[in-house]
Each structure stands twice: as structure tokens, then as C-alpha cells.
Design a protein around this ligand. Structure first.
Ligand code: UN1
Length: 502
């Protein structure tokens, strides 16, 4: 199906190309998929007022009932998985199974959140005073702003929205300007869930879209009604947004750049390592925040691993992401291609040797699309370019001799999202996960850096921003905690033994 047919299937009517609107282009061929009316600043302000009103209604709804709305959203996503996944492929250039996989992550988080809607519990705490009880409660927080990137154009909203909604919050979503159509389609599915909820008036405006540029991001950063701003994107974006939120003592949840490494040790299962490395470095054309960007290989297995990798890289099918057998689709746009080329030029200047790939392909047939061969680059050291996140399929290879040096290299970058080790030596694997091991939010053994399940808390340290979303207890960021002390005695003892008798 083409984009217009997919949008119609998904319930979006108003997405026809029109001059002066924000155009959505497909990275597959550079063609226009549709046009969307951008949200003006005034409209954004009005949406924020509606979001605040929706929060004030929604916070009083029992959490399991809030879960029902998210259950219905999950149902809509299940029914429309193929169509929405295909639209993700058209607009973001992901291969078919990764487009569908992204929608599966949305379904998964909805199911997780439905269960969570009956488990938003706090602790009961032993009081030091007789006849007293202490407890904590988790209450809804407010309006949650969500800023998302092109590479996970729909799932990032759901990781935030599914939790925010069961937590009693309302959501304002600013998707990437590069992927407005998938956002419209997701919004349409959400509206269907609202209609089926049984009390559409109550659920009105619980999640709204703000389509446009940085001025809308600023609105979310600056307005004190946005209690939590969850922002996914570059470290540069995070640096613009986070100080503004902090200046008004708002909360932010940041998912910024990653510079994820895989360490391959002498005992590693190289068959498994090769598959994990290729998926991590080449999957989504290297445009995941969890993409594998660095390989730290023990010198004893270096040559064999690289020979195998070069062979595997040579067999990666590049092209139309919707065609059967394609493993790597296009880069998102020309800018991404230029950044990749600039990084490769810097790598050469810094002593790197491009072992394979890096060049553009299919340019004759598709002059407005940017397909590349994934690049494998041997580096003499972890130089400046290696320490920088380039959102493209470039894998820098470093070698090591002593295990501690591998850990030091892994940690010696500004970012701290994901990391992995391939080792069958239990001491190495445990040391990698221990306090002095990987400093990342995600540290895996014998699986790669990307493709995390939603059940774990997702996010990372240092320039990655420190936020955690998705599973585990990430929901706590979307609620406020109240500590309650109840005195059921007839006396008023003070804590710490203080005497204050009138
Ligand atoms: C991202 O690239 O913004 O672990 C998120 C993964 C996916 C999430 C990626 N579950 O690769």
C-alpha cells in the first residue's frame, strides 16, 4: 500500500500534500508522502491548557480504570500492526520486520502498563513513634511532554504515554519533524481507543500532538504546567532542553546519544558475536541510539573476527526496506549521509583505515535517497571521532590485550547508554557487569547492544542523560511521591526525641 492508503486504513484523513505545509518525505526514494499542517505556537498553548484540564480530570480516575484505556490502545495497535509498521518503513526507512518490531514494542509496553495499573504501590514504613503509621503513596504528576526522534517515530511515544496514562497524567507529544505521518496515524489509533473507552469526555485530550519545530519544544521546556519533559534525541537537543526545565525546577527524563561498544574476548563464541555485531551496527542503518558503534576486540581473536565480519558485511542486502530479504534500508536524509562522510574523513585523518564500505549506493536509480554500504573502520586509538556519536552505520574497531584496558576503553567516551561483552569466561562477564565494569545503563553478556526488551528500565548515564523509561520501576518518574505519617494515638510524640512542651 502507498502512504495515503495506509493513512486511510489507520484512520487519518487529512494528510494530503499541500503547499505551505510540513512535508513528509520518504527516505526510500525522497518522494513526498504527505503534508501536515504544523501546530502554531498559539495552538500549542491551547493544547497545553487542554492537557492540564485533562490531567485534572484523569488523576481522579482509579488507576485500573486508566489501564483500560491503555488496554484498548494496545488492541488498536495489535489490529493495525502491519499497516502502522509499513508506514514506519515508508517514513523512517526501516526494513519491514523492524517497522513491525517497533509496533510490537508499543503493544508490549501497553500490556506492561495495563498490569502496572494495578501495581502502582508505595511502601509501608516502620515509624519510630508509638501509635504512628508511615506510608508512601504515588500520585499522578501532571502534563508529560514527549519529544521524540525520527528513528523510533512511534514507539518512543508509547513507552512514555502508556506509563503516563496509567499513572494518571496527560501527554503532549512533539514528534520529529521528519516523521509527522506516523505520529498522525498513532494519534488516530489512540483516538479510536478513546472512543471505545466508554467515557470519551473523560478521556478527551489525554494525548495530543504538537507538530512542528524547536519553538514547540521550547514551549514544553519553559511552561511550568509540563511537570515532566521526556526528551529523546541528540545530546545537543538535550543540552538545549534540560537547563530550561531545570531552571523552573521541572523534571526531565533524557534519552540522548549513545556510543555503544561490544567487547569480544578470547573465549567468545564468534558465530554469535558476528551476528550480534552485524545486527547492532547495521540494523536500522546504524540509526538506533543503541546501535553498536565501537568494537573492542582481543588481539588473539582480532584477525579471525574481522575476516568473518568483512564477509558478513559483504552479504548484507541494501535497498528497498519493504522488499523481501533487505537487511539495511536508507539513511534518513542527505544530512545524515553528509555527516557519515564527514566522520569517515575525520577517521582517516585520525589514522583510521576503512576496511570495507562507507560509500553511497543506488544513487543512479534513486538520486534523492541515501543508501550506503555499512563501514567497518580499523582505528589505531580511541580518537576524537570515535568518541563522538555519528548516527550512521560506522563501526570503529579497536584492539586490546589486557581485560582492564578493554573496560577502560569501553568507559572512556562521554556517552553511557548500552554496552555488551562476548565472553564464556564467567569472571570476565561478571567483572563487566560489576561496579568497576561497564558504566552504561545497559550492560549485556553474549547479546548485542541494541534491541532491548521493554521489561527493563531503558536509558543511560553521562551524556546519555540519566533517564530511564519503559519497564522495571521507570513508572516512578511519571508520578509524585507523598510520604504520609498518621498518628492514631492520643499523644503527640515528636521524632528524634525532641521535647517541646507548652
Ligand atoms: C532508540 O534508538 O531511540 O534497544 C531506542 C533498542 C530499542 C530502543 C532503541 N528497543 O534498540
Amino acid at each position: 500500500m502507498n502512504a495515503q492508503e495506509l493513512l486511510a486504513t489507520l484512520g487519518v484523513a487529512d494528510a494530503k500534500p499541500f503547499d505551505g505545509r510540513l512535508l513528509s518525505r520518504s527516505p526510500i526514494d525522497g518522494g513526498v508522502l504527505g503534508g501536515v499542517a504544523p501546530t502554531s505556537l498559539d495552538e500549542g498553548r491551547a493544547a497545553l491548557a487542554r492537557a492540564q484540564a485533562a490531567f485534572l480530570r484523569w488523576r481522579n480516575v482509579p488507576a485500573p480504570r486508566r489501564g483500560e484505556l491503555v488496554r484498548l490502545l494496545g488492541e488498536e495497535l495489535r489490529v493495525n500492526k502491519v499497516a502502522l509498521g509499513e508506514l514506519v518503513s515508508l517514513e523512517a526507512g526501516k526494513i519491514r520486520s523492524e517497522g513491525a518490531g517497533e509496533v510490537q514494542e508499543m503493544i508490549d509496553i501497553c500490556e506492561f502498563a495495563v498490569g502496572l495499573s494495578r501495581q502502582l504501590h508505595g511502601l509501608t514504613i516502620a515509624s519510630e513513634r508509638p501509635g504512628h503509621r508511615m506510608m508512601e503513596q504515588w500520585h499522578p504528576l501532571g502534563v508529560v511532554g514527549v519529544i521524540s526522534a525520527f528513528n523510533f517515530p512511534v514507539a518512543v511515544w508509547s513507552w512514555n504515554a502508556a506509563l503516563a496514562l496509567v499513572c494518571g497524567d496527560s501527554v503532549l507529544w512533539k514528534p520529529s519533524e521528519k516523521t509527522p505521518l506516523t505520529a498522525l496515524a498513532t494519534q488516530a489509533l489512540f483516538e479510536r481507543a478513546v472512543q471505545r473507552f466508554g467515557d470519551a469526555e473523560l478521556a478527551r485530550d489525554l494525548s495530543q500532538l504538537l507538530i512542528g519545530g524547536a519553538e514547540l519544544g521550547e514551549l514544553l521546556s519553559d511552561d511550568p504546567r509540563v511537570a515532566l519533559l521526556s526528551a529523546t534525541g541528540s545530546t545537543r537537543m538535550g543540552r538545549a532542553v534540560a537547563p530550561k526545565v531545570a531552571a523552573r525546577f521541572g523534571r526531565s527524563l533524557l534519552e540522548l546519544g549513545g556510543n555503544n561498544a561490544i567487547i569480544v574476548t578470547p573465549s567468545a563464541d564468534l558465530d554469535m558475536a558476528v551476528r550480534a555485531i552485524v545486527f547492532g551496527a547495521v540494523g536500522t542503518a546504524g540509526q538506533r541510539c543503541t546501535s553498536t558503534r565501537r568494537l573492542i576486540v582481543h588481539k588473539d581473536v582480532h584477525d579471525e573476527l574481522l575476516a568473518r565480519l568483512e564477509k558478513a558485511y559483504g552479504s548484507v542486502r541494501i535497498g528497498d526496506p519493504l522488499a523481501e530479504g533487505t537487511l539495511m534500508g536508507p539513511l534518513i536524509d542527505r544530512g545524515a549521509f553528509e555527516q557519515m562522510q564527514a566522520a569517515l574523513a575525520q577517521a582517516r585523518e585520525q589514522g583510521g583505515r576503512v576496511l570495507s564500505g562507507g560509500e553511497r549506493v543506488l544513487a543512479d536509480q534513486l538520486p534523492n535517497a541515501y543508501y550506503v554500504r555499512p563501514a567497518l573502520v580499523a582505528m589505531p586509538a580511541q580518537s576524537e571521532v570515535v568518541r563522538h556519536e555519528t548516527f550512521a552505520p560506522i563501526l570503529y574497531v579497536l584492539s586490546y590485550e589486557a581485560f582492564d584496558d578493554a573496560i577502560a576503553l569501553q568507559n572512556e567516551v562521554p556517552q553511557g547508554l548500552s554496552s555488551a561483552i562476548f565472553s564464556n569466561d564467567v569472571r570476565e562477564a561478571e567483572a563487566f557487569m560489576a561496579a568497576a565494569g561497564s558504566d552504561c545503563g545497559i550492560a549485556n553478556v553474549n547479546i548485542g547492544t541494541s534491541g532491548a526488551e521493554i521489561g527493563g528500565a531503558f536509558g543511560g548515564e553521562k551524556e546519555t542523560g540519566g533517564g530511564r523509561e519503559s519497564g522495571s520501576d521507570a513508572w516512578k518518574a511519571y508520578m509524585r511521591r507523598a510520604t504520609n505519617t498518621v498518628n492514631y494515638s492520643r499523644a503527640l510524640p515528636l521524632a528524634q526525641g525532641i521535647k517541646f512542651d507548652l
